[in-house]
Design a protein around this ligand. Structure first.
Ligand code: TXA
Ligand code: MG
Length: 318
């Protein structure tokens, strides 16, 4: 079983385990990460094993600062502008990978690009102390809801990892926004904790959507799967369903729902993002066969919230 240590006491133990090649759970501002030394192939393999994740899925390499990032990837002026504006924070940049960066090829799954993110808080301190980048996908079994609390991570992965660093509930609550950045072109590979509108404002460029191909294979259809079935944009809820609510007004039948969680009583999208995964988990545990979700507007962080809801609702085999 994993030890759970509060983050103010965990740094030296975490770094010692990372140095030995362990995969451990750490808090980031987005979701908990299952972190391992990105330069150590055995350690990276441990991440894939622990998550049960298909090997072809590349991982994000987390860095302590821009200097570490520039040793790993080639930054165009546009990429540097975005990093300056949003790092540390919930933004991942997919950039050309420098040869000889030291990052193990398992992290990039053989691509000539690499996904880099500079997290805030404990992650940055651990990377600085280790002196190496950390590969860290979300700390959950592949296909399950991303963990936003140490308790959720323990319930899912606790038997398979030695340490969970407890930093409380993660403030953003959704994974980072992933952008592919070329000379003068920005493509959104995954909506996340930074709204596309903010990227457009800072860069002065449009953000292209609808990337095709392998770009972000982590976004398989049923990526954020609760056990319950999901119904989206509902206008009413049946008595045997659980309700994922949004905003001050309830849909028809809400008073009869098995369980209700409101993403944000005031209709605040930032608050809704923070609550999304923990509320989905709580409603899933209500044992309702179906979770009905009220509509969430598509603007700002609503794009990422709707993306995760659509994936949670996607048909799946098991
Ligand atoms: O907020 C986050 O980003 C969290 C926390 C822990 O930092 N991490 C996270 O990592 O969500 P992960 O591994 O679950 O998601 C990585 C995503 C995947 O969708 C993967 O396909 C994409 O990044 N990715 C990684 N390298 C890529 C590359 N070179 N080109 C395109 N997509 C890439
Ligand atoms: Mg994930």
């Amino acid at each position: 079983m994993a030890d759970i240590l509060p983050e103010r006491e965990a740094l030296s133990r975490a770094v010692a385990l990372l140095r030995e090649g362990a995969a451990i759970a750490i808090p980031t501002e987005t979701v908990y990460g299952l972190a391992a030394d990105a330069t150590n192939g055995e350690a990276v393999t441990r991440i894939y094993e622990t998550k049960g994740r298909p090997q072809f899925n590349p991982l994000i390499a987390h860095v302590a600062d821009s200097a570490m990032a520039e040793r790993i990837a080639v930054f165009s002026p546009l990429a540097r502008k975005l990093a300056d504006a949003f790092w540390p924070g919930p933004l991942t940049l997919v950039l050309p990978h420098r040869s000889g960066s030291g990052v193990h090829p398992l992290v990039t799954a053989g691509l000539d690009t690499i996904a880099l993110r500079c997290p805030r808080g404990f992650g940055a301190r651990a990377i600085t102390a280790l002196g190496r980048p950390l590969a860290a996908p979300s700390a959950n079994t592949s296909g399950r809801i991303s963990g936003t609390t140490a308790e959720a991570v323990e319930a899912d992965l606790g038997a398979r990892i030695p340490l969970i660093v407890d930093g409380g509930a993660t403030p953003v609550g959704l994974e980072s926004t992933i952008l592919k950045v070329e000379q003068d072109r920005i493509t959104l590979l995954r909506p996340g904790g930074v709204a596309a509108e903010e990227i457009e404002r800072v860069s002065g460029l449009p953000v292209a959507r609808g990337a095709t191909g392998v770009q972000a294979p982590g976004m398989l259809a049923s990526h954020y799967a609760p056990n319950a079935h999901m119904r989206l944009n509902v206008k009413s809820v049946a008595p045997n369903e659980a309700l994922l609510a949004f905003g001050p007004r309830r849909v028809h039948g809400a008073e009869g729902a098995v369980a209700v969680r409101n993403l944000s009583e005031t209709g605040n999208l930032r608050e809704a993002a923070t609550n999304l995964f923990s509320h989905l988990l709580a409603l899933d545990q209500s044992d309702a066969a179906t979770i009905a979700a009220e509509p969430v507007p598509l603007e700002g962080l609503g794009e990422a919230i709707n993306d995760r809801l659509v994936r949670a609702a996607a048909p799946r085999d098991s």
